[in-house]
Design a protein around this ligand. Structure first.
Ligand SMILES: Cc1ncc(COP(=O)(O)O)c(C=O)c1O
Length: 413
């Protein structure tokens, strides 16, 4: 998984200066933000881009003839180009702006569910999917006697790829799978998934919410039917995300979320829909969000995604190593090739108690089921403590966290 591309070692201390929130204190101690999997912090560049938009050219986009509307439209469409460039997508119309990963998955499931999927069809997911990649399929399945199957995990919590073929029948139509588990940080082998999908002619949907913040994603090379992600997990604003679809689906996917802007003509009896991205972008979009998203992508490009990836991999391995030396700690999905995320529990302690005490030391971690309840059931726990890194985290922060975790454990005994 680790890219062999040339990269510059990143200067986390320097990067931290760009993130105003990292200067603040929590409970009178400097904030340590280890909840990047939920949402990352935003650099000044992103915050300024949003402010600039509101202060200088706030207007609704597309169809406006006045100067502000033209400027806002230009910034919005330029953002599409910037992001398409970053993900190596030649036709920027294949990138549809949505409210985020959840919204994108709902649009895909809603569209495929209208006429592509047939009653009784079967859908493959993995056992470590986020709820947002389960529920839209489940709703479709409930209404159409569909069947959902989950790829099982091995004892070490990695996906059991050898079991996939056993789950496939002539009714299997689609595999929708996360690129990186938001709970375990494990990276799905998409090449293997694509190989199996090709053999059985399956549609492939990839949830990239947790991969794009940590690793290079080249959508041309990946070459899947659909890929989705959220801006707010990659240093951009909340309420904005991407839905990438292949050229074939851009023409063929039925519209499931119609509205102003998605059409060419409308009468009371029928509508002719627009072509390209607009077809799937109803209503006034999140203009500030899209502008901020492009700025976040530029920021990542400036630092270098390979540098970010190597920095975070070092942090993961450093933290995992220290955590496994604490006898009371159990780490889930142990692997040296994780994307920024580690889940663990302190034996006999509820994750909420651990998280609450860590917060007293200014350390922000996430506790609970992380919207992966089926995975929690497999692990046999109510939840875990999750730490997840961003480009601004440091080994010194990991050391402080480990020290305070040891203290927390002794306080809870
Ligand atoms: C793997 C994965 N999929 C989907 C989502 C949902 O993302 P959003 O809340 O931005 O729509 C998340 C968020 O945590 C996630 O980690």
């Amino acid at each position: 998984m680790l890219s062999t591309a040339k990269y510059k070692t990143l200067d986390a201390e320097r990067i931290r200066q760009d993130f105003p929130i990292l200067k603040r204190k929590v409970n009178n101690v400097p904030l340590i933000y280890f909840d990047n999997g939920a949402t990352s912090q935003k650099p000044e560049q992103v915050i300024n881009a949003i402010t600039t938009y509101y202060q200088n050219f706030n207007a609704n986009i597309h169809r406006g003839v006045h100067a502000l509307s033209r400027e806002a439209t230009e910034a919005f469409e330029q953002a599409r180009k910037t992001i398409a460039d970053y993900f190596n997508v030649q036709n920027d119309q294949q990138l549809i702006f949505t409210a985020g990963t959840t919204d994108s998955l709902n649009i895909i499931a809603g569209g495929l569910g209208r006429s592509i999927l047939k009653p009784g069809d079967e859908i493959l997911l993995s056992s470590y999917e986020h709820h947002s990649n389960i529920l839209p399929w489940q709703i479709w399945a409930e209404d159409h006697q569909g069947v959902i199957k989950a790829i099982p995990l091995k004892k070490n919590q990695s996906l059991d790829y050898d079991k996939i073929e056993d789950l496939i029948t002539t009714k299997t139509k689609l595999i929708s799978i996360t690129h990186v588990s938001n709970t375990l940080g494990l990276v799905t082998d998409l090449e293997k998934i694509k190989e199996i999908a090709k053999k059985h002619n399956l549609i492939v949907v990839v949830d990239g919410a947790q991969s794009v913040p940590h690793m290079k994603v080249d959508l041309k090379e990946l070459d899947v039917d659909f890929f989705v992600c959220s801006a707010h997990k990659m240093y951009g604003p909340t309420g904005t995300g991407l839905l990438y679809m292949s050229e074939k689906w851009l023409k063929k996917l039925p519209v499931s979320k119609p509205g102003g802007g998605t059409i060419k003509t409308v009468s009371f009896s029928k509508a002719e829909y627009a072509e390209g991205a607009l077809r799937f972008e109803p209503g006034t979009p999140n203009i500030e969000g899209v502008i901020g998203f492009a700025e976040a992508v530029k920021y990542i490009q400036k630092i270098g995604i390979d540098s970010i990836h190597h920095h975070e991999s070092e942090l993961v391995n450093y933290a995992q190593d220290k955590l496994t030396q604490i006898p009371e700690v159990e780490v889930y999905g142990l692997s040296s090739e994780k994307a920024g995320v580690i889940s663990f529990n302190v034996k006999k302690q509820h994750p909420f108690d651990v998280g609450t005490l860590l917060d007293k030391f200014g350390i922000a971690v996430r506790t609970g089921h992380h919207c992966t309840q089926p995975l929690m059931e497999i692990l046999g726990v109510p939840g875990t403590v999750r730490i997840s890194f961003g480009m601004y985290n440091t080994k010194a922060e990991v050391d402080f966290f480990i020290e305070k975790l040891r203290k927390t454990i002794s306080m809870l005994q």
